[in-house]
Design a protein around this ligand. Structure first.
Ligand code: BG6
Length: 482
């Protein structure tokens, strides 16, 4: 049965090394996450957080950077006393990722810092470094430790390679040094409470499990739109585009959660196996009629973007699942930058009764993932005497709003500390998702799929409506501020 993990339980002593500690991910997400864990009293009395980066910095300077990042980026009010106490556990080591001697020296440094041999403490290694140096860091950790026999947990965050081939190569490479169960492959969407709720709602409610079956569903729509552009990540984004950046992991993971068979026992292995089953059954569009791309008008004037760039910042596609239960149920996904709002939501449109009229609205289950976290059911109620049909939407919050709720990176770190794999990806899932994305990329190149311009702040290219129209449906737009 589902494992209940007791809330507020402290974890065992550990050491966390953040490789790439001076980068954005560490500053914006990881340091505030550590603060959340400290504020929620989830951390043990003995733990060490050590930043490892190329930048030369003293311990004092790094602690000051750590505190500033927590104050600047925490979503909760920061208590100076808790922050000061946390900062005492924070250390820094400046070293080059390629330099094996630096890693040897680092392990002596851990010994001095903890008074213990490194192997005597669980070691979390968060690789918050550019993909180009993943390998150096993994190899150097492994070659300076008994990597497969010690309790070393490697946390890797997307992007996992650039296509199926490079992801496979990466996994083969790191598997030489570590066992598969030492990896925590992280997609931060799986740390969001609302995304976790998709599984829990389906697992625990017969009303939903009965409705959200291929035989009952007319179509599924997954939307993840953002009201900001590529910001300071323009150089990276221009190389990869929206399909690799957003669809490959975040959107396909949501799709899998909405359509997979829910295991009774939701442990990591069962969930990963079920998600892999769906991801490997996705039929790629393979035809231009199933793909719409766009680019926001001001994109080419962003710094670091090629002035002739054809990189899409918007993509919508029509997919199918090659499984008996989902056969012929179209799944539309769309995502884009610099649109009218920040909103991520799933619409599951149910089939109508055969006797219902074309103009009757269907029932819908809508799960809003962010910024509002809500579930909405749309129903209709006919009132003959006054000759009207009442459209009813019942809405309930699914937000985690009690003491102890934490943001995504804090929850995911806690999962790693507990060796809990429910909310992490497996290698096969990542490869299956790349297979879909590689076919889309190939289609884009082979057919030179048009990348239409759309106005900044708009709802994206109008052509997206052609996708749903292929099956006689329309996008059901939900607005986050309603
Ligand atoms: C990242 C993408 O993985 O997710 C970004 O690389 C995107 O381009 C971000 O903006 C969205 O995350 P969230 O949690 O703000 O929806």
């Amino acid at each position: 049965m589902k494992k209940i993990i007791s809330a507020n339980k402290k974890t065992d002593p550990f050491i966390l090394t953040i490789f790439g500690a001076s980068g954005d991910l560490a500053q914006i997400k990881l340091f505030p996450a550590l603060y959340e864990l400290a504020a929620q009293k989830r951390l043990p009395s003995e733990f060490y957080v050590c930043g490892f980066s190329r930048t030369k910095m003293s311990q004092k300077e790094f602690r000051a950077t750590f505190k500033k990042a927590v104050k600047d980026h925490s979503k909760i009010k920061v208590d100076g006393k808790i922050l000061d106490a946390l900062a005492k556990h924070v250390h820094y080591y400046a070293g080059q990722y390629k330099d094996i001697d630096a890693f040897r020296d680092y392990h002596n440094y851990i010994h001095e810092m903890t008074g213990k041999k490194p192997k005597d403490l669980p070691h979390l290694a968060y690789l918050s470094v550019p993909p180009s140096v993943f390998r150096d860091v993994a190899k150097n950790i492994a070659e300076t430790r008994e990597s497969k026999n010690e309790d070393i947990r490697i946390i890797l965050e997307k992007p996992f390679g650039d296509d199926e081939y490079s992801a496979e190569e990466l996994f083969h490479f790191v598997s030489k040094y570590f066992k598969e169960d030492q990896f925590y492959l992280l997609d931060h969407y799986l740390g969001k409470h609302s995304v976790r709720s998709i599984l829990n709602l389906r697992h625990d409610n017969k009303i939903l499990s009965q409705m959200m079956r291929g035989t009952e569903v007319a179509n599924i729509q997954i939307t993840a739109v953002e009201d900001y552009g590529v910001k300071e990540r323009a150089g990276y984004f221009d190389q990869v585009g929206i399909v690799k950046d957003m669809v490959q992991s975040h959107l396909l993971q949501i799709l899998a959660m909405v359509t997979m068979q829910i295991p009774v026992d939701m442990d990591g292995e069962n969930l990963q196996r079920a998600k892999h089953g769906i991801l490997s059954a996705i039929e790629c569009p393979c035809d231009v009629k199933n793909l719409v791309l766009g680019q926001y008008k001001s994109y080419r004037s962003e710094s670091e973007v090629d002035k002739k760039s054809k990189t899409p910042t918007f993509a919508a596609m029509r997919l199918f699942i090659n499984r008996e239960d989902w056969y012929d149920v179209p799944i539309y996904i769309r995502t884009g930058k610099k649109l009218h709002e920040k909103h991520t939501y799933v619409v599951v449109e149910l089939k109508k009764f055969p006797f219902q009229k074309k103009e009757d609205e269907p029932n819908r289950v809508i799960i809003e993932l962010q910024p509002k976290e809500r579930i909405n059911l749309t129903l209709i109620n006919r009132q003959e005497d006054v000759q009207r049909t009442q459209d009813i939407t019942t809405t309930q919050s699914i937000a985690c709003d009690v003491d102890g709720c934490m943001p995504e990176h804090a929850l995911l770190l806690l999962d790693v500390l507990r060796k809990e794999k429910m909310h992490f990806l497996s290698f096969p899932e990542i490869i299956a998702a790349w297979e879909v994305v590689d076919q889309v990329s190939e289609l884009m190149q082979r057919e030179k799929v048009k990348v239409g311009k759309y106005a900044d702040g708009s709802e994206g290219p109008k052509d997206q409506n052609k996708l749903t129209a292929l099956d006689g449906f329309r996008w059901y737009d939900v607005h986050g501020n309603e």
